[in-house]
Write a protein that binds this ligand. Structure first.
Ligand SMILES: [Zn+2]
Length: 232
């Protein structure tokens, strides 16, 4: 299921409602309280790679920025979510590769946000603003940082424990069924497999991968099956 977010202003406060994009005729659902419900996500499809917007109230965290020059597509995604650059308070890079962190230079001038990347990947990312190193167990914007090394040494995934949404970067992909990091781009395959086993122990309901479509149903079972298929 693809989801779209619409914001409506009421008494100067942004409220969030969720519409299903499956049908253009779907009527607006009642407002859901933004507080305990976790973030709502929106994919920015940059053709072969995706960025994700995690929205809570009027604040947005962006996870990954695509290749260089992705800023206008990301801006469109923010608009579609009823937001803009001003709403972006956090930018998290899952890893240093150019198809995930390459959009940084184009986005950085537009936002006043805190920037994060896994500590072992920070030095591999060129940035005007200092990147805040994050590690397994850290919390950003109510989201849990899960250390998922293997694809790169500093690869992190972002988990929203309130709704079971995992932004997986390149720790997982869905381009041809659920699979792990592409071996030809993986720094340490053994570590990457261990990271998948670690993810499979979480209460994950939806997987948002860097490459491929979001997996929004059957994610837990698919992930446990994948983890069981990997050598320990
Ligand atoms: Zn990568």
């Amino acid at each position: 299921m693809r989801r779209r977010l619409l914001f409506s202003a009421s008494a100067g406060v942004l409220g969030v409602t969720v519409l299903s994009a499956c049908s253009a005729e779907t009527p607006e659902k009642p407002k859901t309280p933004a507080s305990s419900a976790g973030t709502e996500w929106q994919r920015v499809n940059l053709s072969f790679v995706s960025a994700y917007l995690l929205v809570r109230g009027s604040e947005v965290a962006i996870v990954d920025l695509g290749t260089p020059g992705s800023e206008s597509a990301i801006e469109q995604g923010l608009k579609a979510a009823g937001a803009g650059w001003d709403n972006v308070k956090h930018v998290i890079l899952t890893h240093k590769h150019d198809d995930h962190a390459g959009g940084l230079a184009g986005v950085q001038p537009h936002v006043s946000a805190t920037w994060y990347a896994g500590e072992a990947d920070v030095s591999g990312i060129r940035s005007e603003t200092a990147l805040t190193p994050v590690k397994d167990g850290d919390e950003v914007f109510g989201l849990r940082i899960i250390g998922t090394p293997g694809h790169t040494a500093g690869h992190v995934s972002v988990f929203d424990p309130a709704n079971g949404v995992l932004v997986a970067g390149d720790a997982l992909r869905t381009t041809d069924g659920l699979a792990g990091s592409d071996p030809q781009y993986t720094a340490d395959g053994k570590q990457a497999a261990a990271s998948i086993k670690k993810l499979a122990a979480l209460d994950i309901k939806q997987i948002l991968p860097g490459h491929g479509d979001p997996l929004t149903s059957g994610a837990v079972d698919a992930l446990k099956k994948l983890a069981a298929s990997l050598p320990s």
